[in-house]
Design a protein around this ligand. Structure first.
Ligand code: C2E
Ligand code: MG
Ligand code: MG
Ligand code: MG
Length: 276
């Protein structure tokens, strides 16, 4: 335990460490208090138009701090929040906050927010989103909801109904981390996605000729289905050059911009026209 490591040991949650039941319970307690005690916030990462360099959208990424200020990564707290159900209220908070901070404030023409399947199983979710947009007077097409192919939602009729209802409202549905889940290809056929985000591992693997060919095949598949595409995890100028060669329209990654606070996102946006 951290205590056994001496008084200087900072309690950083290491996702590679096996999680104990105790840690799980501690995180569940933090999640319970997160909204009341301001332990949760949003970071924003730009999704960039490759041809123009402009910010096409911001993706909202949830951040959580323990009571002592220790950051707890999403890979650790999101699964716990899904198990306890805390993701429902946290997810609603994230949607409302991101719509206010990005769309209402005019920081980008589009916003994407990550969604858990647990939220989609809530029958009232599409109505909640519709209410939010009309209350803030926002165009439904300015909002995209990202769904990860983590578990098989395509066989859950409630989830499929919710997705159809959201699409009917004019909201975009994006498939996140494409190529990493087990149901990926059938999802492309059965769900009315607007855009596919190709998981960063494929760009990483594209440094070899075989990896590059494979990525190009994936891009072609997505394009042929009439879907837009974002390549995730652009970290180097070489990868950026590949994107230009392959005419990938949209990209995201540390090379183009890390997730930042809303204030930094605002100045990032201002920096674009000011530099011209
Ligand atoms: P994601 O939606 O696929 O988000 C992309 C993740 O990759 C983010 O990690 C981001 O910081 C990271 N990333 C971005 N560019 C690069 C890059 O160039 N290189 C590398 N190595 N990483 C990059 P983060 O913020 O830790 O989030 C992890 C995951 O947690 C997200 O993956 C998403 O599935 C989930 N998540 C985050 N916020 C929320 C939320 O509000 N609701 C739900 N349900 N899930 C969320
Ligand atoms: Mg995402
Ligand atoms: Mg992703
Ligand atoms: Mg991911």
């Amino acid at each position: 335990s951290a205590k056994a490591n001496g008084r200087n040991a900072t309690q950083v949650y290491d996702p590679k460490m096996p999680q104990t039941e105790n840690e799980d319970r501690n995180i569940a307690i933090v999640l319970d208090q997160a909204l009341d005690h301001d332990l949760v916030s949003l970071a924003y990462q730009p999704i960039v138009d490759v041809a123009t360099g402009e910010v096409h959208a911001f993706e909202a990424l949830m951040r959580l701090r323990g009571p002592e200020g220790t950051p707890i990564p999403p890979s650790v707290f999101i699964p716990v929040a899904e198990r306890t159900g805390a993701i429902v209220s946290l997810g609603r908070w994230a949607l409302r906050t991101a719509c206010t901070q990005i769309l209402k404030a005019g920081l980008a023409p589009k916003l994407s927010v990550n969604l858990s399947a647990v939220q989609l199983r809530e029958a009232s979710f599409p109505l909640f989103v519709a209410g939010l947009l009309s209350e803030m007077n926002l165009a439904p097409s300015s909002l995209a909801l990202e769904i990860t192919e983590g578990f098989d939602i395509a066989s859950d009729p409630c989830v499929l109904e919710a997705i159809a209802a959201l699409r009917n409202l004019g909201i975009e549905i994006w498939l996140d981390d494409f190529g990493t889940g087990y149901a990926g290809l059938s999802w492309l056929q059965s769900i009315d996605f607007t855009l596919v985000k190709i998981d960063q591992r494929f760009l990483q693997a594209s440094a070899t000729p075989e990896g590059e060919r494979f990525l190009k095949d994936i891009l072609q598949l997505v394009r042929r289905r009439g879907l837009s595409v974002v390549l995730e995890g652009v970290e180097t100028p070489e990868q950026m050059a590949f994107l230009e060669r392959a005419e990938v329209p949209l990209a995201q990654g540390y090379y183009l911009g890390r997730p930042v606070s809303v204030d930094a996102a605002a100045s990032l946006k201002r920096a674009v026209p000011a530099a011209e």
